[in-house]
Ligand binder design. Structure first.
Ligand SMILES: [Cu+2]
Length: 66
């Protein structure tokens, strides 16, 4: 199962680290594949997407389902 999110203000490797950390905090088991050029984050695995979106908001990287 995979979910793709748009994270519009993810601009560099530092952002990717922050985004990945925020997601892993609430969903440790998922695989996170970020694409800075497309500003997308693919979440592979079973996850509570609402919790992930909330965590991203808190981290300053609001996301929305692609
Ligand atoms: Cu950045």
């Amino acid at each position: 199962m995979a979910t793709v999110l748009n994270v519009d203000n993810m601009h560099c490797g530092g952002c990717v680290k922050s985004v990945t950390r925020a997601i892993k905090n609430v969903a440790p088991a998922v695989e996170v594949v970020a694409d800075v050029a497309r500003r997308t984050v693919e979440i592979r695995g079973i996850a509570d997407i609402k919790a992930i979106l909330h965590a991203l908001d808190d981290a300053g990287f609001p996301g929305r389902p692609a």
